[in-house]
Design a protein around this ligand. Sequence first.
Ligand code: PNS
Length: 163
Amino acid sequence: MRTALYPGSFDPVTVGHEEIIRRACALFDRVIVGVLYNPNKQGALTVERRMELLRDTTEGISNVEIAAFPDMLLVEAARRCGADAVLRGLRGQADAEMELQMARMNRRLAGVETLMMASSPETVAVSSSVAREIARFGGSLRGIVPETVREKAEKWLNPAGKD
Ligand code: PNS
């Protein structure tokens, strides 16, 4: 049984993340989507809401699990899931620099292997930070977050939105 851990902030999940999850599920027996803490980012959504959006996004996929690993290193999360590999999506050069550094450090820390999956050209311009900014000013997240979670994401990310 091959298990991959797909870690990230998912604040919120985007169509780019969804694409990587679906492709990973076709390659691995089990894919754990892990919500982790990124010390370089100020969170917008609570971990519970990020997980709810991920659950809605992956509904119907049988070999995916959504989990939270707050306040711990990625290598510790990988150990807890019994992951054979950590999976990260790559959009371009800017991602690659950082991802390579992280992958090398995680291998040095605990022998954790990282696999990088090239995102499709359609999702290159998509990111959680772009989604947050658009929603904050009341714009539409169509084509940026999965359609099944769009309404919730637009509401939760808009400070003027009702709760
Ligand atoms: O979606 P993101 O924000 O690009 O995901 C980054 C994340 C959460 C995977 C990364 O910040 C992380 O691994 N956080 C856990 C803390 C950790 O292990 N840091 C050391 C990395 S070498």
